[in-house]
Design a protein around this ligand. Structure first.
Ligand SMILES: *Cc1c(COP(=O)(O)O)cnc(C)c1O
Length: 505
């Protein structure tokens, strides 16, 4: 383990007292704010008079100057040079995504003949997929589709029909990291009317973001996912690609220089991009908090590179430990979902997340929500469900649209999940690490899984039913299903029987 790991072990009780006795493994949901960060922020608010930055009084001016300085520091944190990039503060990553989508829609709506082509990657979060509702044409691309689209330019985007490709730098479900050379390659292939929106919300949690090198047209992040607080997000915009965002039709306090409302109606938008897009009062106290988050993060962790190295090492161990869990009959206890190209421990291809389902000794599923609930009762906190990631659920759990509709009909939904339907899971368990994670967190998860789900060696007094093997296998799968749904208990020697019948030894 790294030197950083020792440092974290030493400061964890004082910086993260809320973690005492608990194993928090939902860092992909939110990181945690360090105690010294919150103390510094509280003390700043208690001693400094900040006013609404849209006024000119001394307190307002002070707040405005702080916001400007922190905007610049945040760009530097993401390696985005201020000559080439601007940063727009928004509520969260989703708000940044929606803003981009709405600007493209407005661009298409302004002139009747305008249209907008959209594609998102299959690994996308729902917040990216939603943009398709604004587009005049949309597609869902897997890796191969992206490569095909890049190697064999089919359509020529134009000013009247620009193209937008959106993808996550890291899957929020599996933690798989996607290629970061796509933005440059898309620009090289399709020119300036093709844009890339990099959803860095998951990637930026445990990896440095080098915006200058990746050169996306747009990128979004949520700061609570990096620092635990503030609940604030940003849209990073390449200035050379910013014009299309100026097509936004809505204006608000803060985004206009002059508005005339009666009897004439006209308005003039503000010139600087972030001024033209930050609607209403910017979240100035949250931005002040962000300044302290940057300071504390640097003091505790040094850099995002160090966080990346630390979490990659822990993830490699977590992945290996989970993959190694076996029932007494030798069957795996954990079914991990990911692309074959994603290598835990390699920060380029895999983040600090593992998505999996727990299996019984006979290979049937333990319902994912039960795992979350049972873990919770033991002070081990993971997330379970579809993760707002329908592409991942469809691909790894074997669903198509038609089958999904059937589960929906049967009553499945985000808030009322049918966890297993016809032997297939509708969601996964996700364990994710962050900057402040330590080996003990991983150990607690592995210990919980082993003690809760390990089925010891199957009984040697296996009962084979003497009827035809095929008929038996049929009734076995029927029973399997009932058992999965909790309707019957599995008999002793069940797993062995199923394996024997299926010809597995
Ligand atoms: C969390 C997440 C989002 C949504 O972020 P919000 O802060 O909820 O807006 C979008 N994409 C990815 C990849 C995420 O991990």
């Amino acid at each position: 383990m790294s030197a950083l790991n020792d440092a974290i072990v030493a400061f964890r009780d004082t910086e993260y007292p809320q973690l005492k006795g608990k194993a928090y493994l939902d860092h992909a949901g939110s990181q945690l704010p360090a105690a010294s960060f919150i103390t510094a922020f509280a003390s700043d608010l208690n001693t400094t008079l900040y006013g609404n930055p849209h006024s000119t009084s001394t307190p307002s001016h002070l707040a405005g100057a702080r916001v400007d300085a922190i905007r610049a520091r945040t760009l530097a944190f993401f390696n985005a040079s201020p000559e080439d990039y601007d940063l727009v503060f928004v509520a969260n990553a989703t708000a940044a995504i929606r803003l981009v989508g709405e600007c493209f829609r407005d661009h298409a709506l302004r002139a009747r003949k305008h249209a907008f082509w959209y594609a998102h990657h299959r690994d996308a979060h729902n917040s990216l997929i939603g943009i398709r509702e604004f587009a005049t044409e949309h597609h869902c691309f897997g890796d191969k589709d992206v490569e095909a689209w890049l190697s064999n330019p089919a359509t020529k985007p134009s000013a009247a029909k620009p193209a937008l490709f959106a993808y996550p730098g890291q899957s929020n479900m599996t933690g798989r990291r996607l290629p970061l050379d796509w933005p440059v390659r898309i620009r090289a292939t399709y020119g300036n009317n093709a844009y890339t929106l990099l959803d860095a919300a998951a990637l930026a949690t445990t990896a440095p973001l080098n915006i200058d090198a990746i050169a996306p047209d747009f990128a979004c992040v949520s700061f609570y996912k990096i620092f635990g607080y503030p609940d604030l997000g940003a849209l990073i915009v390449r200035k050379a690609s910013a014009d299309i965002l100026r097509h936004r039709t809505y204006f608000a306090g803060g985004t206009v220089d002059v508005v005339v409302s009666d009897p004439d109606t006209w308005h003039v938008k503000r010139k600087t991009l972030h001024e033209a897009l930050e609607e209403g009062t910017v979240a100035f106290r949250s931005i002040v908090a962000l300044g302290h988050a940057l300071d504390t993060h640097k003091r505790l962790y040094g850099s995002m590179e160090a966080v990346s190295t630390h979490t990659a090492a822990l993830t490699r161990g977590m992945h290996a430990a989970l993959a190694g869990l076996r029932h007494g009959n030798g069957q795996p206890m954990v079914w991990i979902h990911n692309e074959a190209t994603a290598m835990p421990g390699d920060a380029k291809t895999q983040g600090a997340t593992v998505a999996f389902n727990v299996l019984h000794g006979d290979g049937t599923l333990v319902p994912y929500g039960d795992v979350e609930r049972e873990a919770d009762a033991r002070g081990v906190y993971v997330r379970s469900g579809g993760m707002c990631n329908p592409g991942g659920v469809q691909k790894y759990l074997g669903w198509n649209g038609k089958a999904m509709k059937m589960v929906l009909k049967a009553g499945h939904g985000c808030a009322t999940p049918i966890q297993v339907h016809e032997g297939k899971a509708t969601g996964v368990v996700r364990a994710s690490l962050g900057a402040c994670s330590v080996q003990a967190d991983v150990d607690a998860l592995v210990k919980f899984l082993r003690s809760q789900y390990l089925e010891k060696a199957a009984s040697t007094t296996t009962i084979y039913i003497a009827t035809g093997a095929e008929a038996e296998l049929e009734s076995v799968s029927e029973m399997n299903e009932k058992a999965t749904m909790g309707k019957v208990k599995r008999p002793v020697g069940w797993a062995k029987r199923v394996m024997g019948l299926a010809g597995i030894h």
